[in-house]
Design a protein around this ligand. Structure first.
Ligand code: PLP
Length: 415
């Protein structure tokens, strides 16, 4: 299944549920996700790696809803986390700590202790100071942590600057030229086993060749480390595979990419870890919104909708493009060129700019597509807007997996 969304008799369905029914029952803005699509994407990774020791660790930050995590845990996923809060979510959703890798440049003492106590698979470390702290905390708890250093392979991911992470100038990882010395200096630390190598060079890569280039550099590094006596067991190649947001974006060939990686590592006796986020959930999700007003501007129109940058920040943050389509094919002929904007008091509050759209009228619904990743998770309460509900669809069934926030919840914890 490439996308779970399709029109039947002019009305959009997600799997076998008419999306307008969800919007009418739950109100808008509302996020919905297809369980079958999420599971299908996970299996695509998992099956392409069958026969090779591997673990697909879904990147929780892309979409951390408990029900999404639970369905991935049931499908056999591990998890890539970047905070103690994400570890808490994974545990609550029934994910096994033994399948968790902990990434991120700024892990705190409390977060490291929490992860050690839970017994996670490994830490992807981003600095020597962090390795030293993990070693000290683990030793104190009478444990030994499995560590991979996040290598910055100096490969250009050729993606948006905000989501590119694999170049020398980025804050992420340690430069590949320094790695061997870092492992040497960590050799004597009792609290850590230096047994992995990791990288993650960026996100939304539509061309997988930079990922393959990075993998080549890491496999060579593994052999150099082994020659120095380090028993490197696993290679974590991160996430980063992109999805087509625009109709003419290329669709990365995940199976082809994984076949190339299998070929690269086949003589090296390594367990492979991947940390896909976006490519698992993005296309499974949509944000449904209602048109509030149509307002003429100079040379264009504004379509004011009830979803905003508070629900989906990607257009404001990266100038990201999302397809926006009506839930019901318009009966009014012709198109309009419009900025689709939300109610938030910021000029950056837009979902689309100068977009040619069908004649959707106030009161009618539209769907912002490919919104399953980095959507709800990055939402905020700015302008005192309660966060949207989330719905999980499976076959002809759907259920609310997060209620819309109430005004009371908005002031929870305040005096
Ligand atoms: C964000 C992130 C991922 C997931 O990236 P996607 O582009 O969503 O696949 C994986 N690993 C690390 C370390 C990350 O920071």
């Amino acid at each position: 299944m490439q996308t779970p969304f399709e029109y039947r008799d002019g009305s959009m369905f997600c799997e076998d549920v008419e999306v307008e029914r969800i919007a009418a029952a739950e109100g808008t803005p509302v996020y919905l996700y297809s369980a079958s699509a999420i599971r299908g994407r996970f299996r695509e990774y998992d099956e392409a790696l069958s026969g090779v020791p591997h673990r697909v660790c879904y990147a929780v930050k892309a979409n951390g809803n408990l029900s999404v995590l639970r369905l991935l845990a049931e499908a056999g996923a591990g998890f890539d986390i970047v905070s103690g809060g994400e570890l808490y979510r994974v545990t609550k959703a029934g994910g096994e700590a033994a399948g968790v890798v902990f990434a991120g440049v700024g892990k705190t003492r409390d977060e490291i202790e929490m992860a050690l106590e839970a017994g996670i698979h490994s830490f992807n470390c981003e600095s020597e100071a962090e390795i030293a702290l993990i070693a000290a905390l683990a030793a104190r708890l009478g444990k030994q942590a499995s560590v991979a250093v996040r290598v910055n392979p100096d490969v250009d991911a050729e993606t948006h600057p905000y989501i590119s992470t694999g170049l020398k100038e980025h804050k992420f990882g340690i430069n590949i030229s320094e790695i061997e010395q870092v492992y040497e200096r960590a050799r004597g630390l009792a609290g850590v086993r230096m047994e992995g190598v990791a990288c993650h060079i960026g996100s939304q890569l539509l061309d997988t060749s930079p990922l393959i280039e990075a993998a080549k550099r890491l496999v060579e590094l593994v052999e150099r480390l082994r020659a120095r006596g380090f028993a490197i067991k696993y290679l974590d190649l991160g996430g980063g595979i992109g999805v087509p947001y625009k109709p003419d974006d290329a669709r990365p060939d995940v199976a082809g990419f994984l076949a190339a990686i299998r070929e690269l590592v086949k003589e090296h006796g390594l367990t492979l870890l991947f940390e896909p986020g976006r490519s698992i959930v993005a296309e499974a999700g949509a944000l449904v919104t209602r048109v509030l007003y149509r307002k003429p501007g100079t040379g264009k129109e504004f379509m004011v909708v009830d979803a905003a940058m508070t629900e989906l920040i990607r257009p404001a943050l990266y100038g990201a493009y999302h397809e926006i389509v009506p839930l019901r094919k318009s009966r009014v002929p012709g198109t309009v060129t419009a900025d689709v904007v939300g109610p938030v008091c910021e000029s950056a509050d837009f979902l689309a700019k100068g977009r040619e759209l069908p004649q959707v009228m106030p009161g009618e619904y539209m769907a912002v597509m490919t919104a399953g990743a980095y959507g709800w998770v990055a939402s905020s309460n700015y302008n005192a807007r309660p966060r949207a509900a989330e719905v999980l669809v499976e076959g002809s069934e759907w259920r609310v997996v997060r209620r819309r926030e109430t005004y009371e919840e908005l002031i929870r914890g305040e005096e």
